[in-house]
Design a protein around this ligand. Sequence first.
Ligand code: BGC
Length: 273
Amino acid sequence: MRQGSDLQDRVALVTGASSGIGRATAIALAQAGARVVVNHRAGGDSQARAAAVVEAVQRLGGQAVAAAADISREAEVEHLFEQAVRHYGRVDILVNNAGIEHPAPVADMTLADWKRVIDVNLTGHFLCARAAARAYESQPADPARKGLSRGNILFISSVHELIPWAFQVNYAASKGGLSMLMKSLAQELAPARIRVNSIAPGAIRTAINRPAWDSPESLARLLKLIPYGRIGEPEDVARAAVWLAGDASDYVTGTTLFVDGGMTLYPEFRGAG
Ligand code: BGC
Protein backbone atom coordinates (compact mmCIF):
# COMPACT_ATOMS: atom_id res chain seq x y z
CA MET A 1 0.00 0.00 0.00
CA ARG A 2 1.39 3.36 -0.96
CA GLN A 3 1.50 6.02 1.67
CA GLY A 4 2.55 9.63 2.10
CA SER A 5 1.74 12.50 -0.22
CA ASP A 6 3.61 10.90 -3.10
CA LEU A 7 1.56 11.40 -6.25
CA GLN A 8 3.80 9.39 -8.59
CA ASP A 9 1.93 8.34 -11.75
CA ARG A 10 -1.34 9.99 -10.70
CA VAL A 11 -3.03 12.25 -13.26
CA ALA A 12 -4.25 15.60 -11.93
CA LEU A 13 -6.43 18.07 -13.80
CA VAL A 14 -6.28 21.63 -12.44
CA THR A 15 -8.78 24.19 -13.73
CA GLY A 16 -7.80 27.83 -14.04
CA ALA A 17 -4.16 26.80 -13.79
CA SER A 18 -2.58 29.55 -15.88
CA SER A 19 -2.20 31.91 -12.91
CA GLY A 20 -2.46 32.37 -9.15
CA ILE A 21 -3.49 29.48 -6.90
CA GLY A 22 -4.15 27.16 -9.87
CA ARG A 23 -0.67 27.75 -11.28
CA ALA A 24 1.05 27.13 -7.92
CA THR A 25 -1.07 24.01 -7.34
CA ALA A 26 -0.31 22.57 -10.78
CA ILE A 27 3.42 23.04 -10.18
CA ALA A 28 3.29 21.60 -6.64
CA LEU A 29 1.31 18.52 -7.76
CA ALA A 30 3.84 17.94 -10.56
CA GLN A 31 6.70 18.29 -8.07
CA ALA A 32 4.99 15.60 -5.98
CA GLY A 33 5.10 13.32 -9.04
CA ALA A 34 1.70 13.83 -10.70
CA ARG A 35 1.21 14.30 -14.43
CA VAL A 36 -0.77 17.51 -14.71
CA VAL A 37 -3.36 18.86 -17.13
CA VAL A 38 -3.09 22.67 -16.97
CA ASN A 39 -6.54 23.98 -17.90
CA HIS A 40 -6.89 27.59 -19.00
CA ARG A 41 -9.41 29.81 -20.72
CA ALA A 42 -9.13 30.29 -24.46
CA GLY A 43 -8.13 33.75 -25.61
CA GLY A 44 -6.32 36.65 -24.00
CA ASP A 45 -2.91 35.84 -22.61
CA SER A 46 -4.17 32.69 -20.83
CA GLN A 47 -2.72 30.34 -23.44
CA ALA A 48 0.77 31.83 -23.19
CA ARG A 49 0.55 31.78 -19.39
CA ALA A 50 -0.52 28.13 -19.39
CA ALA A 51 2.37 27.29 -21.74
CA ALA A 52 4.70 28.97 -19.25
CA VAL A 53 3.29 26.79 -16.43
CA VAL A 54 3.90 23.67 -18.56
CA GLU A 55 7.47 24.84 -19.20
CA ALA A 56 8.02 25.51 -15.49
CA VAL A 57 6.86 21.95 -14.69
CA GLN A 58 9.11 20.48 -17.39
CA ARG A 59 12.13 22.47 -16.16
CA LEU A 60 11.55 20.83 -12.76
CA GLY A 61 11.58 17.40 -14.44
CA GLY A 62 7.79 16.91 -14.31
CA GLN A 63 5.08 16.24 -16.89
CA ALA A 64 2.29 18.63 -17.86
CA VAL A 65 0.11 19.51 -20.80
CA ALA A 66 -2.06 22.61 -21.40
CA ALA A 67 -5.75 22.31 -22.32
CA ALA A 68 -8.14 25.17 -23.07
CA ALA A 69 -11.77 25.07 -21.86
CA ASP A 70 -14.35 27.42 -20.43
CA ILE A 71 -15.52 25.36 -17.46
CA SER A 72 -18.97 26.97 -17.51
CA ARG A 73 -19.71 25.29 -20.87
CA GLU A 74 -20.81 21.67 -20.68
CA ALA A 75 -19.41 20.60 -24.07
CA GLU A 76 -16.04 22.20 -23.35
CA VAL A 77 -15.78 20.40 -20.00
CA GLU A 78 -16.58 17.07 -21.68
CA HIS A 79 -13.91 17.79 -24.27
CA LEU A 80 -11.41 18.78 -21.55
CA PHE A 81 -11.77 15.43 -19.79
CA GLU A 82 -11.57 13.59 -23.13
CA GLN A 83 -8.32 15.41 -23.88
CA ALA A 84 -6.92 14.50 -20.45
CA VAL A 85 -7.79 10.83 -20.92
CA ARG A 86 -6.45 10.83 -24.48
CA HIS A 87 -3.16 12.31 -23.29
CA TYR A 88 -2.51 10.50 -20.02
CA GLY A 89 -4.94 7.54 -20.18
CA ARG A 90 -6.90 8.45 -17.04
CA VAL A 91 -7.69 11.13 -14.45
CA ASP A 92 -7.19 10.58 -10.70
CA ILE A 93 -7.37 14.04 -9.16
CA LEU A 94 -9.51 17.06 -10.05
CA VAL A 95 -8.60 20.43 -8.56
CA ASN A 96 -11.67 22.56 -9.23
CA ASN A 97 -9.95 25.92 -8.94
CA ALA A 98 -11.14 28.34 -11.64
CA GLY A 99 -13.05 31.26 -10.21
CA ILE A 100 -13.94 34.86 -10.96
CA GLU A 101 -15.26 37.98 -9.23
CA HIS A 102 -17.64 40.65 -10.54
CA PRO A 103 -18.25 43.04 -7.63
CA ALA A 104 -21.01 45.65 -7.63
CA PRO A 105 -23.46 47.20 -5.17
CA VAL A 106 -26.54 45.01 -5.33
CA ALA A 107 -28.68 47.77 -6.89
CA ASP A 108 -26.23 47.97 -9.79
CA MET A 109 -25.50 44.27 -10.13
CA THR A 110 -26.79 43.10 -13.49
CA LEU A 111 -28.26 39.67 -14.07
CA ALA A 112 -25.26 39.07 -16.34
CA ASP A 113 -22.85 39.90 -13.43
CA TRP A 114 -24.75 37.47 -11.22
CA LYS A 115 -24.94 34.69 -13.82
CA ARG A 116 -21.36 34.87 -14.99
CA VAL A 117 -20.02 34.36 -11.46
CA ILE A 118 -22.48 31.56 -10.62
CA ASP A 119 -21.84 29.93 -14.01
CA VAL A 120 -18.08 29.69 -13.45
CA ASN A 121 -17.73 29.38 -9.67
CA LEU A 122 -20.63 27.01 -9.03
CA THR A 123 -22.03 25.48 -12.23
CA GLY A 124 -18.54 25.11 -13.71
CA HIS A 125 -17.37 23.31 -10.57
CA PHE A 126 -20.41 21.01 -10.78
CA LEU A 127 -19.72 20.21 -14.44
CA CYS A 128 -16.08 19.34 -13.74
CA ALA A 129 -16.94 17.32 -10.61
CA ARG A 130 -19.55 15.37 -12.58
CA ALA A 131 -17.07 14.64 -15.36
CA ALA A 132 -14.49 13.53 -12.78
CA ALA A 133 -16.99 11.25 -10.99
CA ARG A 134 -17.93 9.65 -14.33
CA ALA A 135 -14.28 9.13 -15.20
CA TYR A 136 -13.40 7.66 -11.78
CA GLU A 137 -16.35 5.26 -11.85
CA SER A 138 -15.56 4.04 -15.36
CA GLN A 139 -11.79 3.61 -14.95
CA PRO A 140 -10.50 0.19 -13.91
CA ALA A 141 -9.46 0.20 -10.25
CA ASP A 142 -5.69 -0.04 -9.71
CA PRO A 143 -5.04 -3.21 -7.64
CA ALA A 144 -1.97 -1.53 -6.12
CA ARG A 145 -4.33 1.01 -4.55
CA LYS A 146 -6.45 -1.52 -2.67
CA GLY A 147 -8.02 0.19 0.34
CA LEU A 148 -7.14 3.67 -0.92
CA SER A 149 -9.30 6.19 -2.79
CA ARG A 150 -10.02 5.58 -6.47
CA GLY A 151 -10.46 9.27 -7.20
CA ASN A 152 -10.18 12.66 -5.61
CA ILE A 153 -12.11 15.90 -6.09
CA LEU A 154 -10.85 19.09 -4.49
CA PHE A 155 -12.71 22.40 -4.64
CA ILE A 156 -10.88 25.67 -4.18
CA SER A 157 -13.56 27.59 -2.34
CA SER A 158 -13.01 30.72 -0.20
CA VAL A 159 -13.37 32.08 3.31
CA HIS A 160 -16.48 33.62 1.74
CA GLU A 161 -18.22 30.26 1.90
CA LEU A 162 -18.55 31.38 5.55
CA ILE A 163 -17.91 35.14 5.74
CA PRO A 164 -20.65 37.28 4.15
CA TRP A 165 -19.25 39.75 1.61
CA ALA A 166 -21.00 43.03 0.83
CA PHE A 167 -20.72 44.16 -2.82
CA GLN A 168 -19.85 40.59 -3.81
CA VAL A 169 -23.18 38.84 -3.19
CA ASN A 170 -22.76 36.81 -6.38
CA TYR A 171 -19.31 35.60 -5.34
CA ALA A 172 -20.26 34.83 -1.72
CA ALA A 173 -23.41 33.00 -2.85
CA SER A 174 -21.34 30.92 -5.29
CA LYS A 175 -18.92 29.93 -2.53
CA GLY A 176 -21.70 29.19 -0.03
CA GLY A 177 -23.18 26.94 -2.70
CA LEU A 178 -19.84 25.22 -3.19
CA SER A 179 -19.80 24.25 0.47
CA MET A 180 -23.01 22.20 0.12
CA LEU A 181 -22.03 20.93 -3.33
CA MET A 182 -18.82 19.59 -1.82
CA LYS A 183 -20.43 17.99 1.25
CA SER A 184 -23.34 16.45 -0.64
CA LEU A 185 -21.00 15.02 -3.25
CA ALA A 186 -18.71 13.68 -0.53
CA GLN A 187 -21.67 11.90 1.08
CA GLU A 188 -22.81 10.52 -2.29
CA LEU A 189 -19.42 9.37 -3.57
CA ALA A 190 -17.74 8.01 -0.41
CA PRO A 191 -19.08 4.44 -0.97
CA ALA A 192 -17.38 4.53 -4.39
CA ARG A 193 -14.15 5.49 -2.56
CA ILE A 194 -14.11 8.90 -4.16
CA ARG A 195 -12.94 11.61 -1.78
CA VAL A 196 -14.30 15.15 -2.00
CA ASN A 197 -12.95 18.11 -0.01
CA SER A 198 -12.50 21.87 -0.21
CA ILE A 199 -9.77 24.33 0.58
CA ALA A 200 -11.03 27.76 1.63
CA PRO A 201 -8.25 30.26 1.04
CA GLY A 202 -8.27 33.66 2.71
CA ALA A 203 -6.47 36.64 1.18
CA ILE A 204 -3.84 35.16 -1.13
CA ARG A 205 -1.52 37.41 -3.15
CA THR A 206 -2.88 36.90 -6.70
CA ALA A 207 -4.24 39.05 -9.51
CA ILE A 208 -7.89 38.60 -8.40
CA ASN A 209 -7.41 40.78 -5.29
CA ARG A 210 -4.51 43.03 -6.37
CA PRO A 211 -6.20 46.23 -5.15
CA ALA A 212 -6.34 44.70 -1.65
CA TRP A 213 -2.53 44.39 -1.35
CA ASP A 214 -0.72 46.47 -3.96
CA SER A 215 -0.41 49.67 -1.92
CA PRO A 216 0.91 50.00 1.66
CA GLU A 217 -2.42 51.52 2.78
CA SER A 218 -4.59 48.74 1.36
CA LEU A 219 -2.21 46.07 2.65
CA ALA A 220 -2.36 47.58 6.16
CA ARG A 221 -6.17 47.52 5.97
CA LEU A 222 -6.13 43.90 4.81
CA LEU A 223 -3.71 42.80 7.54
CA LYS A 224 -6.19 43.96 10.19
CA LEU A 225 -8.36 41.05 8.99
CA ILE A 226 -5.56 38.47 9.26
CA PRO A 227 -4.49 37.56 12.82
CA TYR A 228 -1.43 35.69 11.53
CA GLY A 229 -0.06 39.00 10.26
CA ARG A 230 0.79 38.26 6.66
CA ILE A 231 -0.94 37.87 3.34
CA GLY A 232 -1.08 34.30 1.99
CA GLU A 233 0.98 33.15 -0.97
CA PRO A 234 -0.33 30.78 -3.66
CA GLU A 235 2.17 28.17 -2.41
CA ASP A 236 0.45 28.15 1.01
CA VAL A 237 -2.66 26.83 -0.72
CA ALA A 238 -0.72 24.56 -3.09
CA ARG A 239 0.93 22.69 -0.21
CA ALA A 240 -2.46 22.04 1.37
CA ALA A 241 -3.77 20.85 -2.00
CA VAL A 242 -0.92 18.34 -2.37
CA TRP A 243 -1.77 16.91 1.04
CA LEU A 244 -5.50 16.67 0.32
CA ALA A 245 -4.81 15.16 -3.11
CA GLY A 246 -2.51 12.51 -1.71
CA ASP A 247 -2.87 9.32 0.31
CA ALA A 248 -1.59 10.98 3.51
CA SER A 249 -5.14 12.38 3.86
CA ASP A 250 -6.89 9.18 2.72
CA TYR A 251 -9.41 9.18 5.59
CA VAL A 252 -10.42 12.82 5.02
CA THR A 253 -13.58 13.47 3.04
CA GLY A 254 -16.34 16.09 3.18
CA THR A 255 -14.12 18.65 4.90
CA THR A 256 -13.20 22.26 4.22
CA LEU A 257 -9.64 23.13 5.17
CA PHE A 258 -9.32 26.87 5.82
CA VAL A 259 -5.94 28.24 4.69
CA ASP A 260 -6.48 31.81 5.79
CA GLY A 261 -4.03 32.94 8.48
CA GLY A 262 -6.98 33.01 10.87
CA MET A 263 -9.22 35.29 8.79
CA THR A 264 -12.27 33.23 9.87
CA LEU A 265 -11.44 33.69 13.57
CA TYR A 266 -13.32 37.03 13.78
CA PRO A 267 -10.15 39.01 14.67
CA GLU A 268 -12.18 42.17 15.36
CA PHE A 269 -13.42 40.42 18.53
CA ARG A 270 -9.92 40.32 20.12
CA GLY A 271 -10.37 42.32 23.32
CA ALA A 272 -13.80 43.49 22.16
CA GLY A 273 -17.35 42.20 22.24
C1 BGC B 1 -11.25 36.52 -2.82
C2 BGC B 1 -10.22 37.60 -2.58
C3 BGC B 1 -10.28 38.09 -1.15
C4 BGC B 1 -10.27 36.94 -0.16
C5 BGC B 1 -10.46 37.39 1.27
C6 BGC B 1 -11.09 35.45 -1.78
O1 BGC B 1 -12.00 34.43 -2.00
O2 BGC B 1 -11.10 36.00 -4.13
O3 BGC B 1 -10.46 38.68 -3.48
O4 BGC B 1 -9.14 38.91 -0.89
O5 BGC B 1 -11.28 36.02 -0.49
O6 BGC B 1 -11.51 38.33 1.41
